[in-house]
Every structure is written in C-alpha cells, then in structure tokens.
Design a protein around this ligand. Sequence first.
Ligand code: 7TS
Length: 428
Amino acid sequence: MSSTMTTQPRNSRPTRDALDVARIRADFPILGREIHGKPLIYLDNASTAQKPRQVIQAIVDFYETGNANVHRGVHTLSMEATDQYEAARERAGRFIGVTDPLEVVFTRNTTEALNLVAIAWGRENLRAGDEIISTVLEHHSSLVPWQRVAAERGARIRVVPTRVDGTLDMDAFRALLTDRTRVVAVAHASNVLGTILPLAEIAELAHARGALVVADGAQSTPHLPVRIADLGVDFYAFSGHKMLGPTGIGVLWGRRNLLEAMPPFLGGGGMIREVYEDRSTWADLPDKFDAGTPNIADAIGLAAACDYLDALGMENVRRHEVELTAYALERLATVPDITVYGPRNPEARTGVVAFNMEGVHPHDAGTVLDEAGIAIRVGHHCCQLLHRSLDVAATSRASFYVYNTADEVDALVDGLATVRRLYQRRLA
Ligand code: 7TS
C-alpha cells in the first residue's frame, strides 16, 4: 500500500497557475493571521476549508436584513427567507449538475446525509442475508451508519481492499459483488490517499446486480467538477464547510423516485401533511426531509460558496490542485526517510498528501510544523480501516485548496527538514 516516492525530479514547480491565487488570497481574511509569529500556512483543507469574505458577508447580510423563519409566514420577511432558502437548494444542486431541486435535501453535513440514507432507506429495505459493500478507504461516516443498520437488519458488510498503489482493487470489488449486494457505499475521493474512485464503473457494475450506490462526495465536490449524471450513482453526499462554505450545512442528493419512496428521517414540524392522534402523513419533497427549522443562513452561505467556486471554474480549481499536488509529491520525494501514501500519478488523486517520516510520530511532526505556522492534520483521519491496512496508527496529512501556493509547499518541506533534525531517532 505505501510507496516511498522515487519519482525523478522534473522540476515541476507550477509556472502558469490556472488560478489567480494572489487575488483569491485577498478574499480570505484569515490568511492575514500569524501563528507563533509566522504567516499562517493552512494545509488542513480536507478537514475544513477557510471562508472568503463573499460567503461570510452573505451570512451577515441574511441576519442583518433578511432573518425570518421559512415556510410558515405570510409576512414579507418570511416569504423572502423562504425564497432565499429555496434558491440556495437550487444553487447547491446546480453545483453538481442537478436540475431538479426536489432531489436536493439539506443536512448538517456529509455525516448526517449518509446516516439519512442508511436509516431512512436501509431500515426499510435491508433484510437478513443482504450485503453492503464498503471499501477499506471509507471515512467512518460512510461505514459506521451502514454497520449500525446492518446489525439491526441482519445484513452483512463486505470490504473492498485497495491495491499497493492506493487505487481500489476493482477485481476484488467484482468478486464481492453478488445478487445479495443491496448497497455499495463508497467514497468518490479518499481523504487520506487522495485516490479518486471510478464511480461510473462502480455504479454500472452495481446496477447490473440490482444494488444501489451511495457515494460520499465530501472530498470530491470541493475539488473536482462533479456532474451527477456522469457518475450514475443513486445518492451523493457532501459538506458545505469543505468547499469554502459554512459549517452546519450539507447536501444529500438522491434520485427522486428513491427519495419519494423513503420514509422521513426525522419527525417534527415542517415535514408533515396531516397529523392525527396516533399517526401522521408526510409532506412532499423536499419538505419531507426538512423537519424543524432548517439552517437557513448557512444554506445561503453555501450558495455563496457555490457562486465563488463556479466563478473560479471547477476545471481551474482542479488544474491548480493537480499542479500543486504534483509539485508537493516531487518535493516530498526529496525528503529522506519519508513514505508518501496514495497514487503517484497526480491526475489519479486529489490534493491530499498523507505521509510518515520514519522514526517520527505524526503528532510530533504536526507540533513542529505548527511552530512554523503550518497547519496540517495528524492522526487516523477517521479512517481506522485504512490505517490498519497501511500498518500504521497515524499519518500526517497536508491538503491543498484554491489559496495554496508552491511557496507554501516549499515551507512544508523546509519544516519537515526541521522535524527530521529535531525528532528522528538515529537510523541504523
Ligand atoms: N467523508 C469523507 C471522505 C470525509 O473526508 C469527511 C470528513 C466526511 C465524510 C465527514 O464530513 P463531515 O462534514 O460530516 O464531518 N473528513 C475529515 C477529514 O479528513 N479531516 O477532518 C474531517
């Protein structure tokens, strides 16, 4: 699985960037911060991304001039808030190529979206002996909800391994896929290896067996042009906060016939049609999945993030990240005793780069880098299956986004030289 980088240096420092990074950086107030007296170098974007003024301002504007509850008032503010909230639903859907806003369910985040499918669809449809295919690189959000419903219904989880190069073992997937398979729950991109999974191929194979595909788009939606129609999946989840939007808002896209046939996830105000003493009937989409007062302001913030990213152009975002990742992989390969995980081909992955330095605990690496103002994430990144398969307890992970630069990659590599000097045990 792991692969020490031995790529020949090809001096791939990006020269002509697909993005105007200097202009982009000016939109992010937090990038003016210093950490321990050093300019902040934020390389923890796979955890959460920073927010541009445009997103922050959209939320402030709503609270300052438009705040009211949705779907319940005849007064002007409530009708305006409803219009803005429903426009945000349409906007979030359009970001992934969806034209029917009734297929767009707002959730708190990817985790809630995936739980919604496991609980609302899984409880209703899974039977004893059914199988759910997961993969070894899933985030716990894409695995644990299915484990819970599987235990409840007597279904079984089958796990597809990765190959040595960090790509999904498609032969193993084909072998595990049977007529017992009801669901394939799979990431679009790994938050540790960066691997981009062949969703269209997975969906075609799964559908041929009558199984549904539930895709976790948390690490792909912010970084790649996503067109749902091209992927062929049945459900797709993502989080606003990883794509320059606020925390507390996420999206579940689902095929309309599936969402219509599903029971509600949560019960309460807003999701009912009629209520009697002992039973209730449900509202139509999208209200059926919108119990209680929704996160109106952050849905509006998410729409502003979609506008921001589409103005940059998701193709350009992707080019920028491929260039930066290629450069980072090349520079990291020059660091002694380092193991970099995931596919070597930058086109086959997103801009997350996990690594380990022999003899250094990732927490020590992370602490030394923080002293230099560099934010990375260390730990198992909510992927214990993957770390067990890599035979490590933890990794360090740098992850890039639209405002990151080649200079920041250089700073990371310099920081790792300091880490090595300070912490590495003498190797025999
Ligand atoms: N799926 C993947 C692939 C993820 O990377 C994450 C978050 C989630 C689901 C859950 O997203 P949430 O918004 O519901 O929390 N991943 C990470 C990470 O890699 N570091 O911090 C959070």
